[in-house]
Design a protein around this ligand. Structure first.
Ligand code: M6R
Length: 633
């Protein structure tokens, strides 16, 4: 995944592009570059490394220009341009592989997010036509192809070029001969456009635009935007004009800032109580009883279209990637518990290449739940499209309004988490869980597996979660102290049973992502079937213990760890004494309905991962080799 920005207006473009890229650095940060078009023509500056390296390079180039140099002679002067922050796919991170890429004559510049699958064929064809390539990227073919088709009409050249591209792309294109416009186009990679007085913008994601406008246009697949200083025109890929409406972004620029926290990850962990309230509250209502008894609390999902027509489903199928898949695993246990319905859950990259049995002719059909924070993950989108083709009814759980997932699903349930910038997902996970619980309890009620009383009790328990999360956060220093003693342990396991196994998987992922510590999760019952061979005095095992009927089993597992010299930590409720004698450290969470425990039990693990990352001198917001959303396979 990469981030692209574009600006055309009346101000110097370079600082605006760099500020936009700062907001998108979470999308990729192994190299960055900008192209600016001004009186001196098209100028490009790019650099391997984080954005700061590019900023330094630009500052150096400007400093080396002649003192008092006239406008037009400094490098990178001009009031329009493109920017890119890269997560390398084709070709290692290097200055030359960084975007923007230009055609041979250097008059056309292109930034790209996505993958051109037929780039090798196109490269060979262009070479046969005399083109000399500079980089190893798939993107460079686009610049040369546009040049090949260009005969004075950039829009036409872009339209002819995209006919020849296979794969995914969001593109920004400028041409020295047409200094009044930027062309942008997308297919399967996100792109938003926005306008403010006398200027127009494009970006891969909304935070890059918020400084300028909150009214944005989400481009649909194969749509083209032509950005002028005073307007934006939209076309389909056949060149016919398209009328588009703006969407108002409900959060502002401040929400996409660190707000006093040292890192976005810590800020987002702390935002969970509020995010959970925002996700839960609008979906709860007071309902009058028909028999004159007291009003009761119920879940209202009719507004998003989840009405009784979904109640006859024969099965629930869930697919997602990474953290969102872990949410799906919790969802499986929740649907089985509240709805007593068969549930299948799979990682989207497996699901899409299996030959899954989805049969709309089954009594009631399948509810297919697809989960993605970004709504743009390539495998997740592919899984959804396959399920749709096979006739399943699709419910998307996503955090990004207007994302591809949101637009293509039959029904969308938003996680109102606000922007999640840190690469490691935290508040998206817990709000995804909240959505799954809401859906499970509602479906249970509609199908009669939960009566009004049981449903109201579940809702009451859900409403207590945000405050309980607040309490865990208020005790974070204990986790910080533990991390400062343990962060050098490089063999870390999480284990649990049922809901706790799902949280173990998420905990291990969090730790490995941001601290680079090798951590794995296993179902506690599996300990003796293999993992125990790895346990010695260098091992830390955290046991997540929230399912009281299995406490004895968990305690035996902990003893087995201790007997082999391992260190054992436990995450359990504040009133549980079952592990007092065995565990080396106990992190306590407020008591809750045991089926809802993942909403709380994951928070200590998120904090532990964060502190280990910081203690190891790493940047938890931007772990190596990762990107916030994986829009390519
Ligand atoms: O945007 P998505 O929820 O579809 O992203 C899925 C995964 O790539 C994501 O959850 C990833 O595993 C996170 N880095 C986990 O922290």
């Amino acid at each position: 995944m990469c981030g692209i920005v574009g600006y055309i207006g009346g101000e110097e473009a370079a600082p605006i592009l760099l500020r936009g890229l700062q907001k998108l650095e979470y999308r990729g940060y192994d190299s960055a570059g900008i192209a600016v078009l001004g009186e001196a023509g098209l100028k490009v500056c790019k650099s391997k490394g984080r954005l700061a390296a590019l900023e330094e390079k630009i500052a150096l180039e400007n400093a080396s220009a002649l003192p008092g140099a006239a406008r037009g002679t400094l490098s990178l002067e001009g009031t329009m341009g493109l920017g890119h922050t890269r997560w390398a796919t084709h070709g290692e991170p290097s200055d030359v592989n960084s975007h923007p890429h230009t055609d041979v004559s250097g008059k056309i510049a292109v930034v790209h997010n996505g993958i051109i699958e037929n780039h090798a064929k196109l490269r060979a064809w262009l070479k046969d036509h005399g083109v000399a390539f500079r980089s190893e990227t798939d993107t460079e073919v686009i610049a040369h192809l546009i040049d090949f088709h260009y005969n004075g009409d950039l829009l036409r050249a872009v339209m002819e070029t995209i006919q020849r591209l296979e794969g995914s792309y969001a593109l920004g294109i400028i041409c020295e001969n047409e200094p009044d416009r930027i062309i942008a186009v997308r297919r399967e990679s996100p792109l938003v456009a926005g306008a403010a007085a006398g200027s127009s913008f494009i970006a891969s994601d909304v935070p890059a635009l918020l400084e300028h406008t909150r009214d944005v246009y989400y481009l649909d697949d194969r749509e083209i935007a032509v950005l002028f200083r005073d307007r934006i025109e939209f076309y389909n890929d056949e060149g016919q004009p398209v009328l588009k409406e703006t969407a108002r972004v409900s959060w502002d620029a401040a929400e996409a800032e660190k707000g006093g926290y040292e890192h976005f990850m810590l800020k987002e962990i702390h935002e969970q109580p509020r995010a959970l309230v925002d996700t839960l509250r609008p979906r709860i209502r007071n309902e009058e009883s028909t028999d004159g008894s007291a009003p009761f609390r119920s879940i209202n999902l009719e507004e998003i279209g989840f009405d009784s027509s979904w109640a006859g489903a024969g099965r629930v199928v869930i697919a997602a990637c990474g953290t969102a898949w872990h949410a799906g695993v919790v969802g499986k246990y929740a649907f089985e518990h509240y709805v007593r319905i068969p549930v299948e859950v799979d990682v989207a990259s497996e699901f899409r290449y299996r030959n899954p049995v989805l049969d709309p002719a089954n009594p009631g059909g399948d509810i297919f739940i697809i989960i993605s924070q970004s709504g743009e993950t390539a495998d997740t989108l592919a899984a959804m499209r396959m399920a749709k083709k096979k006739g399943a009814r699709i419910v998307a759980i996503t955090n990004v309004v207007g994302s591809t997932l949101a637009r293509e699903a039959d029904l969308v349930m938003y996680t109102w988490a606000g922007p999640e910038i840190a690469v490691a997902s935290t508040k998206a996970f817990t709000t995804q869980l909240m959505c799954l619980y809401l859906m499970a309890v509602r479906l249970g009620f509609l199908r009669g597996t939960l009566d009004g009383e049981a449903s109201a009790a579940a809702i009451e328990a859900m409403e207590k979660i945000p405050q309980a999360a607040e309490k865990i956060l208020s005790e974070k220093e204990k986790i910080q102290r533990f991390a400062s003693r343990q962060f050098n342990k490089t063999k870390v396991f999480y284990m649990g049973r049922l809901f706790d196994y799902a949280v173990s998987m998420e905990s291990a992922l969090k730790l490995k992502e941001v601290s680079y510590i090798h951590s794995e999760a296993f179902a506690a019952g599996e300990l003796k079937h293999g993992p125990i061979a790895l346990v010695d005095q260098h091992t830390l095992v955290t046991a997540i213990c929230t399912q009281s009927r299995l406490f004895d089993k968990m305690d035996s597992n902990i003893k087995e760890i201790k007997a082999r010299g391992g260190t054992a930590a436990v995450i359990t409720y504040e009133d549980v004494t079952a592990f007092d004698e065995t565990a080396d450290e106990i992190f306590r969470i407020p008591r809750t309905d045991e089926s809802l425990s993942p909403l709380l039990s994951v928070i200590p693990s998120q904090l532990y991962a964060y502190y280990c990352s910081v203690l190891r001198g790493l940047d938890p917001d931007r772990p190596r080799n990762l990107a916030k959303s994986v829009t390519v396979e």
